[in-house]
Design a protein around this ligand. Sequence first.
Ligand code: GAL
Length: 665
Amino acid sequence: MPSLQDTTRGRILFGGDYNPEQWPEDVWHDDVRLMKEAGVTTVTLGVFSWARLEPRPGVRDFGWLDRLMDLMHGHGIGVVLATPTASPPPWLGRLHPETLPRDEDGNVEWWGSRQHFAHSSPAYRRYAAAITEDLAARYAHHPALTMWHINNEYCTYDWGDEAAAAFRRWLRERYGSLTALNSAWGSAFWGQSYDAWEEMLPPRRAHYMKNPTQVLDFKRFTSDALLECYAAERDIVRAHTPHLPVTTNFMPLWQGQDGWKWAAQEDVVSVDVYPDPKDPLGGQYGALVQDLTRSQAGGGPWMVMEQAAGPVNWRGVNHPKPAGLNRLWTWQAVARGADAVCYFQWRQSRQGAEKFHSGMLGHAGEDGRTFQEIKRIGAELRAVGPQIAGSRLIAEVAVLHDWDSWWAGQQDGRPSSLLDHAEVLRAWHRALWEANLPVGFAHPEHDLSAYRMVVVPHLYLLTDTAIDRLVAYVRAGGTLVCGFFTGVADGDDRVRPGGADAGLRALFGIRTLHEWWPLDTGESVDCGDFTGTLWSEELTADDEAETVASYRGGELDGLPAVLRRGRAWYVSTLPAPDALRGLLGRAATEAGVRPPLPGLPHGVEAVRRGDLLFLLHHGRDAVTVTVPGGRHRDLLTGEPVGGTITLGRHGVAVLREDAHPAGSS
Ligand code: GAL
């Protein structure tokens, strides 16, 4: 199978979405001149071009794209060509209203924006396949073409009739019989039993809480239906260009797609990442997305398909990136395994909904600070990229994350609506990030034996297979740190006897799990050395367990808050950030996991990729970092580095240990 390396060919790619159909053609020539100046090596064309390529049903207008492909090739810029199927032309909705999705109230999502397609509509799929086929046939042999980008951020839900029919087919396939379905859905509750497949519906507007397994299955189905759309277009382009990789860009930590299942269907895993520049933990959010995406790519190189050079336009208040932040976050992605770093978009639009969203080339033009910083990044990547591209990171700690569990856990009727799966994941990842531990992500059914430590922030649903894996992992000597409200439900969202899986409880030394005690906003529990928020649990320990911390005061006074049994730890609350960092740091030390550099100043991140050490300074005040070992050289400056290096505001260094230090022979 082709991979990202077939496109990068030993470089770190740099570029962005290019939407030249918004501009007169004379601007295109200015664009390529400035792209060359900025070190752009790749552009993504055609993401939203369906109406331009097919102005009327069956009519094709490829001339403008021919000229662009030639222009790019003439300047040595590779093209990632998108299938334009994320935004069907208005005529499709007019002629085939069934191609428009409906919300849970039955309201139509009309054209006039984007992503207005009903994923299971045969007409949509037919027209999408036809334009994809013609695009692939036309450009298969064009020398500018380097990769395919299918659709864009697949993210639509559909409760309409086409989706209902497809959902029924999906359920028949999954369950085989209504008896099996009724059992899995627990439909005896509230008299919901189904007697005919025609009665099955997506979980549309209802009077009160919906059947949780129906909702869970609808999310599984939606992810699968979108994946079918992706796979159909992928197979079309693949037939024309078996040597070129195919991708589609993920929204990070997005509920709508099972990221593990999807990544397995891609040649290149790519993601769009937009941390808020105002968020003091924006760098940590970026690191989480990077760690997750790299893990979805099997630990190998991956691609930032989109980031912003400056502000976005979809937050309430959209903050620009202060000087140096774009460069820092770009290098952070490279440090964590990216071999391609691209932006939305090359030239900032003057019209349309995103005219206040930054571009690499903003309204301020080539003298603008944003473009100047882009030029610097492009030059650095060109110079240093070949020494980095293709190398890998070794993650010794795995964080388990699973969409099924997220879908099942994030529903009405739970002990606490404040429990947000993604927020808990962020809190635990933050602790590991601040401790500078090398982290990857894994699915709970993955083989975990390569990791020294496995961390489960919170997985409400765990299958029997996943539980067996965790138990076997600890038996084989692995260290497991597990958060609250985990292993509660089986794969059908049926609560396990005893409130959580018996094998897991035994692993941690939990004798009885009496009650969940979720906490209100602003409420905390005293655990002696630290406070916990969000959640607490009424547990009693068995004789094998060691109580690491206990609740003090309140209803849970004296009961265990943190338990361990050998190498298996259980944390029944959300410890304050410092405490969680301390706890995970302690477990990691025992497991033999070390940060790449000890004693880093606050705000400095150190990442080892291949034989390079990346230092990334998230703060604004200069700091000095001690670099033990032999002499190093900073690839960005070419300067030798003695025992220390000073990093200025948002400073970055890429250090290589000198093979032959000065003075040696
Ligand atoms: C992404 C999308 C782009 C652009 C960008 C703005 O979600 O793929 O087309 O809209 O957001 O941040």
